[in-house]
Design a protein. Structure first.
Length: 581
């Protein structure tokens, strides 16, 4: 092996790892919606969880990515530790798919049909299709499909390059002695664990082992312990991802480590006993690419068969290893670990945004109560909710901006933009709730009283604002276009009400029926109620825009007002319902 072979090996390894990364990321984006659906259907059942972990990992080609994802789910409170255990077990089987794909490079036959199965035969076609989809097609999903094909072709080309570069090592005595050394099972396990921990991918390290196997110097006796060690090394990624997470997330990472360590210890013991007692000739034979794939799959299936009935024991074990903290458990509302699966990270944003919306609307409704019957407890509750919506806006805004900066699908990008627009409106609604409370407190502290006519007028506009809040909240939470369509005509009625109430107030002032101080408080009330309705209109408009893949809010609202008979009909209906006394 000369310097040029070494450079080819280095380049092949780089392309292999790069292709695997590109393909995995594109698969995650492309399958984002399906991953979310799998999560929604997830139950505590062992086999459902096992199959979910297997399926997700087979799709994204990385048990490390799946486990990091699971740590994020547990840290966010989306998933329980019991569910996480089953997912992690399935992930260990799902990750073996890569080795089977890579074993195709070892096909050797003169038969034309069999030759067509070799990656060197079909990957150039996949690469050509992939580059066309990526460069010349605008649809985001098709671009991601192109990236999947390009990533697969790149990793296969890297695999072929590595295999070609190391083929000369079969005649190097030092290389032969190295793998004789690895026939010591403990050294083999350590070598596999260290290599996988460094590159943080068991799929990639198995691929490297398969590339070395083409030299004919890697026996099954050396390969099997290395494969066992690779399962331990891949746990490093999950352990690192759990740093700073809550105790259950740390326990999920420890489940991955415990599962693989116990499985390796048990089956390594069985392997050593079989080798010592039966001395099977197979262990001294050169390992093939297909044989390594089979050994990888069999080992992971055996580990799962061993540990699946002991999932309760695993849960108790990690509870002892990571004991309960003295402080109560706190879930991370938005965990950056979920960036690995943008569609699920976005789903988590929806959950937090829903809490924010409900909090803001409840704050405004409670503020309306203080106008009718002031209480210090209700006023304090409104201020607490307003502070909570400020917190929600800060963490959601930062999280969504960081998520949008990553390469996410076009639908996810639009959804993130929609949420960024609407969280500002909900935060402003909570601000107006505090303003209403302050007006109620001003009237109380200065011993001011609204006239009977103003009280009646306030009840009318308050009822209209209450209704528009409920409509906009329903539109947002349920993506209800029917409810969203009712918001804009009601907002127009509230605008008209405000102007008429200001006119009536001026007339009362001219007749001496209202004091100047009470009049200022009254005008502040009207302004905050009308602006609340404006924010409700913005929210409903965003819901409608998003349904039509359009975020030009002002144009949409103008079209609704100008060109819709339904709008006119609803406007007339609301005008009658909120007629002034």
């Amino acid at each position: 092996m000369n310097i040029f072979d070494a450079l080819t090996l280095l380049g092949g390894l780089s392309l292999f790892l790069f292709g695997m990364g590109v393909m995995g990321q594109a698969l995650e984006r492309r399958a984002g919606g399906q991953l979310r659906t799998l999560l929604e259907k997830l139950t505590a059942g062992k086999f459902i969880g096992l199959l979910t972990g297997l399926g997700v990992t087979a799709v994204i080609q990385s048990s490390s990515a799946t486990t990091v994802m699971v740590v994020g789910f547990v840290n966010s409170g989306i998933m329980t530790l019991k569910q996480a255990i089953n997912i992690i077990m399935g992930a260990n089987i799902g990750t073996t798919v890569t080795a089977w794909l890579l074993s195709l490079t070892g096909i050797d036959s003169g038969n034309l049909l069999i030759q067509l199965l070799k990656p060197s035969s079909f990957t150039p076609v996949l690469a050509f299709i992939g580059i066309i989809l990526y460069l010349f097609v605008k649809d985001a999903k098709k671009k991601d499909t192109g990236m999947i094909l390009l990533g697969f072709a790149t990793l296969m080309f890297g695999m072929e390059s590595m295999s070609g570069a190391v083929s000369g090592l079969r005649d190097v005595p030092a290389f032969q002695q190295l793998f004789v050394l690895f026939k010591n099972p403990v050294l083999g396990v350590l070598a596999g664990a260290v290599l996988t921990a460094v590159i943080q991918s068991s799929s990639a390290s198995v691929g490297i082992l398969q590339a070395l196997a083409v030299t004919g110097q890697v026996s099954y006796g050396a390969a099997i312990p290395i494969i066992m060690g690779q399962n331990i090394g891949t746990c490093v990624t999950a352990i690192l991802s759990s740093v700073g997470a809550n105790k259950n997330a740390k326990r999920a990472a420890m489940v991955h480590l415990s599962f693989n360590t116990i499985g390796t210890a048990v089956w390594l013991t069985v392997f050593c006993l079989l080798r010592a007692l039966l001395r099977p000739a197979l262990l001294d034979e050169p390992a093939s690419l297909l044989g390594i794939a089979v050994a990888h799959s069999v080992f992971n299936v055996l580990c799962t068969v061993l540990m699946l009935p002991l999932s309760g024991f695993l849960e108790r074990l990690v509870t002892v290893l990571v004991p309960d903290a003295k402080q109560p458990e706190v879930f991370s509302e938005l965990d950056e670990r979920l960036f690995a699966t943008p569609s699920i990270a976005l789903e988590r944003c929806h959950i937090v945004a829903n809490h924010m919306a409900e909090t803001a609307v409840l704050a405004l409704n409670e503020a309306l109560e203080t106008l009718r019957d002031y209480s210090a407890e209700t006023a304090a509750a409104v201020r607490e909710k307003e502070a909570k919506t400020d917190h929600y806006e800060d963490i959601l805004g930062t999280y969504l901006v960081n998520l949008s900066a990553r390469r996410i699908s076009e639908p996810d990008s639009r959804e993130a933009a929609k949420l960024l627009k609407m969280i500002g409106d909900f935060e402003r609604i909570a601000d107006h709730a505090v303003n209403l409370v302050e007006s109620a407190e001003e009237l109380r502290e200065k011993d001011l009283r609204l006239t009977d006519a103003a009280e009646e007028e306030l009840s009318v506009i308050s009822a209209a604002v209450h209704d528009i809040l409920e409509l906009s909240l329903t539109a947002f939470l349920q993506n209800d276009l029917a409810a969203a369509a009712k918001v804009e005509p009601l907002e127009q009625v509230i605008d008209r009400l405000k102007e008429r109430l200001r006119t009536r107030h001026i007339l009362r002032l001219q007749k001496g029926g209202c004091t100047i101080d009470a009049g200022f408080a009254w005008l502040d009330l009207l302004t905050n109620l009308e602006r609340t309705a404006d924010h409700c209109s913005n929210i409903a408009g965003c819901v409608i825009d998003a349904a039509h893949d359009n975020l030009n809010l002002h144009q949409s609202l103008r079209e609704i007002r100008d060109g819709s008979e339904d709008f006119q009909q609803r406007y007339r209906e609301y005008t009658r319902r909120y007629a002034l006394p």
